[in-house]
Design a protein around this ligand. Structure first.
Ligand code: ADP
Ligand code: ZN
Length: 222
C-alpha cells in the first residue's frame, strides 16, 4: 500500500529542504516534488512541460488535472509498499479530492499524515530572495543562510546552482497570494480528516525531528 505523507506550507516554508533532511534519515522514503517534476518536464520540452510553462512563469498554479496525471503516473510505476513524501502537492482542494479518489479507487493507498510547516512571513520572504537550487538534484541552498561549500556548486552532487526564474520579487508575492487563496484551505481539509500535524519550520533539524517523532507516535493533532 502507498503510504502518502504530505508536506504543506507557504512558498519558502522549507518543504523541499525538510524533505531532503527526512530522506537522509529514512533513505527508503520516496520524495515526490511536483515543482521539480514540472521543472524537469519544462527543461526537457515534453507536452506537460509546454503546458505548464505559462503558469509557472507567473507563479500561478498548473491545472489540477495535469498535476494529478503526473503524480498518478509516478505512483503507478513506483513500489507499492513504500512511504511517499509529497512536497508541493496537493495545492488545491480539488487536487486533494482527486488524490483521495485516486487512492481509494485503486485501493492501493491512503494519506496517513499531513505536516504543516509553520514559518513567519518575514522569514519566508527573506529565504526566497536568496534561494539557489541545484539544476541536477534539486538540493536547495541559500546565498547567506545556507551557502554551498563552493560557490555555484552543489555539495551533494557537484551540479550547477542557479536561482529559479520564479524566485524574483514580483512572482514571489504572487505565489504568496496564490497560497493564501488556493492552498491555505487544505489545512482545514486535512484537519477535519484528523491527519494534520503542525510543525515549527524555522529550523530544518527541528522540523525533521518533529516529523520523525510524529511518525513514530499515534495519528492526529494533540
Ligand atoms: P514553491 O513551493 O517554492 O512555490 P514549487 O517548486 O513547489 O515551489 O512550485 C513551483 C511552481 O510549480 C508553482 O508556482 C506552480 O506553478 C507549479 N506547481 C508545483 N506544484 C504544483 C501543484 N501541485 N499544482 C499546481 N501547480 C504546481
Ligand atoms: Zn545537486
Amino acid at each position: 500500500m502507498w503510504d502518502v505523507m504530505i508536506l504543506l506550507g507557504a512558498p519558502g516554508a522549507g518543504k523541499g529542504t525538510t524533505a531532503a533532511g527526512l530522506v537522509e534519515e529514512r533513505p527508503d522514503w520516496k520524495h515526490v516534488s511536483t515543482g521539480n517534476m514540472l521543472r524537469e518536464a519544462l527543461q526537457s520540452g515534453t507536452q506537460v512541460g509546454l503546458e505548464a510553462k505559462q503558469y509557472m512563469e507567473k507563479g500561478e498554479l498548473v491545472p489540477d488535472a495535469v498535476v494529478m496525471k503526473i503524480v498518478a503516473e509516478h505512483l503507478r510505476v513506483g513500489p507499492k509498499d513504500a512511504v511517499y513524501l509529497f512536497d508541493g502537492f496537493p495545492r488545491t482542494d480539488e487536487q486533494a479530492v482527486l488524490l483521495d479518489q485516486f487512492l481509494s479507487e485503486s485501493g492501493e493507498g491512503r494519506v496517513s499524515r499531513v505536516f504543516l510547516l509553520e514559518v513567519a512571513k518575514e522569514v519566508l520572504v527573506e529565504r526566497m530572495s536568496g534561494r539557489i537550487v541545484c539544476r541536477d538534484c534539486g538540493a536547495v541552498y541559500h546565498l547567506t543562510n545556507m551557502p554551498p561549500k563552493q560557490e555555484g556548486v552543489c555539495d551533494s552532487c557537484g551540479g550547477e546552482l542557479y536561482q529559479r526564474a520564479d524566485d524574483n520579487r514580483e512572482t514571489v508575492l504572487n505565489r504568496f497570494e496564490v497560497y493564501e487563496k488556493q492552498t491555505a484551505s487544505l489545512i482545514s481539509y486535512y484537519r477535519e480528516r484528523d491527519v494534520l500535524v503542525p510543525v515549527d519550520g524555522l529550523s530544518k533539524a527541528v522540523a525533521v525531528k518533529a516529523i520523525l517523532d510524529a511518525v513514530a507516535g499515534p495519528v492526529g493533532e494533540s
